[in-house]
Ligand binder design. Structure first.
Ligand SMILES: [Zn+2]
Length: 280
């Protein structure tokens, strides 16, 4: 594979959805962060793929309008973002219904909460007509998952046989990790480990030829009220490099650009991968 492709992705959810008690929208509604993100993306010609929580679309129709106006590719980030049911049929179908009600079409892409997609979930997504999933982190997160054996490039996780004729095969687009080290490359991880780690790591090991980068509004905005609700460990994690999210994202986009990556949506990238690099 000679093409190098980067996909910027934004998870649109309540602030620290999985960790905070209750729903907070302070980072999500932080206007200067949105303005910065939209201006930065427009100036650099960067397309984004945003994965939106279905429940949030119902609670906040204004957010649906904002996302539709941004002209980004939109996908589904589960219905309720419940780690206990990341990819059940109910989550997928209710999420699809909320997405369709908000945007008028079915989502092509899915992202499970916290990277917790299962093989059965991927089968359900394919049966529900999804063209791609972008949930897996090919890394190890103690207490959450061990996905060290997951490929770092797009792959077809579900057997082709049961597919209806003409139905697209589901492609999994794993999130970027530093090759060999298998450290996740997302804006949260850039904040956590800083450039003292990532500058030499990327210089030494580079990134996979397809790099899907994850970002949240709470990575870009000042500390929201939900931050005070976090368990101590996560409070410390998210305190690191607070306020440096935009600078770190800019650094990564510059690195990718200089390394010859072209930026496209996850949908366009997985359509290309399905035709060119996926073989049975
Ligand atoms: Zn999420």
């Amino acid at each position: 594979m000679t093409r190098r492709i980067a996909c910027l992705t934004l998870d649109v959810e309540a602030d620290h959805h999985d960790l905070a008690r209750g729903r907070f929208y302070e980072a999500l509604d932080h206007e200067p962060s949105w303005e910065w993100l939209l201006r930065f993306s427009r100036d650099r010609g960067l397309p984004w793929t945003a994965f939106v929580v279905g429940e949030l679309l119902e609670a906040r129709p204004d957010l649906a309008s904002r996302l539709a106006a941004a002209g980004w590719e939109l996908g589904l980030h589960a219905y309720s973002h419940d780690p206990a049911q990341p990819d059940t049929l109910d989550e997928i179908q209710r999420g699809k219904a909320a997405f369709r009600a908000a945007f008028g079409y079915d989502p092509a892409g899915y992202r499970a909460p916290l990277g917790l997609v299962t093989l059965d979930g991927l089968r359900r997504l394919q049966a529900e007509g999804f063209r791609y999933d972008s949930s897996l982190f090919p890394a190890w997160r103690p207490g959450a998952f061990n996905h060290l054996s997951v490929p770092t490039l797009p792959f077809a996780p579900v057997a082709a046989a049961p597919l209806a004729v003409g139905a697209p095969r589901l492609i999994e687009a794993p999130c970027a990790v530093v090759p060999r080290l298998r450290v996740i490359v997302s804006v949260s991880y850039l904040r956590l480990l800083g450039l003292a780690f990532f500058r030499p790591a990327l210089a030494l090991f580079g990134l996979p030829d397809v790099a899907v980068i994850d970002c949240h509004l709470h990575d870009l905005a000042p500390a929201p009220a939900a931050h005070r609700q976090l368990p101590l460990f996560w409070k410390l994690v998210y305190r690191r490099n607070r306020g440096r999210g935009p600078a770190l994202l800019t650094w990564l986009v510059d690195w990718l650009t200089q390394a010859g990556y072209e930026f496209t949506t996850v949908g366009a990238m997985t359509d290309w991968a399905r035709e060119t690099i996926i073989h049975d």
